[in-house]
Design a protein. Structure first.
Ligand code: SF4
Length: 103
């Protein structure tokens, strides 16, 4: 039996990174529920990405690598994000593969 499943995009094994546009974040925390290793709400009520060392990255447009085991959780966050403000892109050419600007 052959079962074809659509892969989530064609990102393959290429390195991906994620960033949040805080200007559009509603602060509902859905992303933190999906992937607390990657996202965190700060005291300003907005979500930020975290470094691999668990450090909150608050610079505008700051990115953090998406660990492969967490890719689906991060993609689900981007899909469910009410602010449409979670952007997942390829490190190699900065093309968005999941999020509001994905093709
Ligand atoms: S899911 Fe989107 S809108 Fe909600 S807290 Fe996370 S980044 Fe902000």
């Amino acid at each position: 039996m052959t079962v074809r499943q659509d892969a989530p995009g064609d990102s393959g094994t290429q390195d991906l990174e994620v960033w949040i546009d805080q200007d559009l974040c509603t602060g509902d925390g859905i992303c933190v529920q999906y992937a607390p290793e990657v996202f965190e709400l700060d005291i300003d009520g907005l979500a930020y990405v975290k470094s691999g060392e668990d450090e909150l990255l608050q610079d505008k447009g700051a990115t953090t690598p998406v660990p492969l085991p967490l890719l689906q959780d991060v993609v689900d966050s981007a899909k469910e994000c009410p602010g449409d403000c979670i952007h997942v892109r390829r490190v190699s050419d900065s093309v968005e593969v999941f999020g509001p600007d994905a093709a």
